[in-house]
Design a protein. Structure first.
Length: 141
């Protein structure tokens, strides 16, 4: 459940909540997702909005493996490489989260990411309700 306080600044529709409290469920941590497809090809080169969509598509696929959804994310850290990218990232984030289910958020501008073509990386933490949780299979790597 989301919460905030009249004593702090407001999210104002930027795709995050000031606070999220969870009761029950399975805590799921994911590795930071980047704009790689399953063949490790960078998608959306030069386009931070498209790269953010790819990140969310990867996150969605991983959460589905354990019975989760995008709306189970309670915290999202976003790494990006230029100040003008943040509004675009926030706009894409709003495409994925239902109103009222936005996670808490940290946004961090960095000099670079793990590949010269990466413009954004998203690191989520989710809480999947126990009744939907699917025990994960061992990693195939």
């Amino acid at each position: 459940m989301q919460f905030d306080s009249e004593s702090v600044w407001k999210a104002r529709g930027r795709g995050f909540a000031m606070g999220v409290a969870s009761r029950g469920g399975i805590l799921v941590h994911l590795t930071g997702q980047v704009a790689w497809n399953n063949k490790e090809v960078v998608l959306g080169k030069g386009d931070v909005a498209e790269q953010t969509r790819v990140c969310f598509t990867n996150i969605k696929a991983l959460l589905e493996e354990v019975g989760g959804t995008i709306n189970d994310i309670v915290s999202l850290t976003t790494w990006y490489t230029a100040a003008d990218q943040l509004p675009l990232i926030q706009s894409v984030r709003n495409e994925f989260f239902e109103t009222g289910s936005e996670p808490v958020s940290n946004s961090i501008m960095v000099a670079g990411l793990g590949h010269r073509d990466f413009l954004a990386e998203l690191t989520p933490v989710a809480v999947v309700p126990e009744h939907r949780f699917i025990e994960p299979q061992r990693s195939r790597t």
